[in-house]
Design a protein around this ligand. Structure first.
Ligand code: ZN
Length: 58
């Protein structure tokens, strides 16, 4: 599975941000908490890292 790269997005109550549109964790963000743009001090989601590195098979 390849990363479908998009602008950074995150949940306002999370310490992590996502860059893959197809991240399953990013996909679970509640719509009313979803934010886009500069993630500030948030760190990149581990699953997004794995997807980008080709370590996720589905
Ligand atoms: Zn992610």
């Amino acid at each position: 599975m390849a990363c479908h790269k998009t602008a950074p997005y995150y949940s306002e109550d999370s310490d992590f941000y996502h860059v893959c549109r197809n991240c399953t964790l990013g996909d679970n963000i509640e719509p009313d908490k979803l934010r886009r743009g500069n993630p500030g001090r948030r760190r990149l989601c581990q699953r997004c890292k794995d997807i980008k590195a080709g370590r996720v098979s589905r």
